[in-house]
Design a protein around this ligand. Structure first.
Ligand SMILES: [Zn+2]
Ligand SMILES: [Zn+2]
Length: 233
C-alpha cells in the first residue's frame, strides 16, 4: 500500500487560504521509502522534518524548486534534468541528472520522466510512477500538454494534474511554442479518453480556489487536493 500526502497545493499565486497555503508538492510513501516531488519556496515542513529518501524536481520555477533562490543544504539525492540544474542560482549538493524517457528505479518505485509543454525558459517534465501491485500515477502540476499522451497516459490509475484554471485561458504562444497552463476540463477529457479513474488536481489557481465549493458539483469525477490531504492507494 502506498500513501500520498499533498504537502502543498497552490500554484504560483499570491492568494492563499487555509486549505491552500503552500506551493505544490507531494510525498509518496511506499515500503517506508519516502519520495518527495518538488520543493518550492513556500513550504510547510523543512526537509529535516519530511525526511525524504529522494527528491524529484519537475522544473525550475520558484514554486517547485527552492534552489532557484535559496541555497539549502541536504544530503538527500535530488533528481532533475540538466536544464533545471543549469537554470537555478544554486545547485543541490547531491544532484542526479535525469533525462526524458530514461526509466529509473528508486527502491520499489519505477519512475519515467516525460516531457510536458509548460515553459520556454524552464522546460518541465512530469513523472509517471509505477507502484508495485498495479497502481500507476502521473504527476504533472504545470502543463499545457503532454507530448506523448498515448505512451504516458496508458495504464494510469491516478492522474495528478494542473489545477491552475477552470475557464480562464492561461495558454500563451511565442512563435510556434506554447506555454502556460491548460484548463482542468481539457485534462479531465484526457483522463476519460485513457480511462483513468482517479483524477486529482493540485497547483490550484485563484479562479479555482474561489470556486472550490462549486467544483465537486460540476466535476464529480475529479477532486481538488488541499494541503496535508492524504490518499491511500
Ligand atoms: Zn508552478
Ligand atoms: Zn511552472
Amino acid at each position: 500500500m502506498a500513501k500520498l500526502i499533498f504537502l502543498g497545493t497552490k500554484g504560483e499565486i499570491e492568494k492563499e487560504t487555509l486549505k491552500h497555503r503552500y506551493h505544490s508538492s507531494i510525498l509518496i510513501n511506499f515500503n517506508n521509502f519516502k519520495l518527495l516531488i518538488d520543493y518550492g519556496l513556500k513550504h510547510k515542513y523543512k526537509l529535516e522534518e519530511i525526511k525524504p529518501n529522494a527528491i524529484l524536481i519537475t522544473h525550475a520555477h520558484p514554486d517547485h524548486y527552492i534552489w532557484l533562490e535559496e541555497n539549502i543544504k541536504t544530503e538527500v539525492p535530488v533528481y532533475l534534468t540538466e536544464e533545471t540544474l543549469s537554470y537555478g542560482k544554486y545547485k543541490p549538493y547531491n544532484y542526479r541528472i535525469i533525462a526524458i524517457g530514461n526509466k529509473f528505479k528508486l527502491n520499489f518505485l519505477e519512475i519515467i520522466p516525460y516531457r510536458v509543454l509548460h515553459s520556454i525558459r524552464c522546460p518541465a517534465v512530469g513523472f509517471k510512477i509505477k507502484i508495485p501491485e498495479n497502481e500507476t500515477l502521473v504527476y504533472n502540476p504545470d502543463l499545457v500538454d503532454i507530448l506523448d499522451k498515448d505512451e504516458i497516459l496508458a495504464g494510469v490509475s491516478h492522474y495528478i494534474g494542473d489545477g491552475s484554471s477552470l475557464k480562464i485561458n492561461l495558454v500563451r504562444r511565442r512563435g510556434d511554442q506554447f506555454f502556460g497552463h491548460t484548463r482542468i476540463i481539457t485534462q479531465i477529457n484526457w483522463c476519460k479518453k485513457y480511462d483513468i479513474k482517479n483524477i486529482i488536481f493540485t497547483h490550484l489557481g485563484k479562479e479555482v480556489i474561489e470556486k472550490e465549493e462549486e467544483f465537486s458539483k460540476k466535476f464529480p469525477e475529479a477532486i481538488l487536493a488541499y494541503d496535508d490531504m492524504e490518499l491511500t492507494l
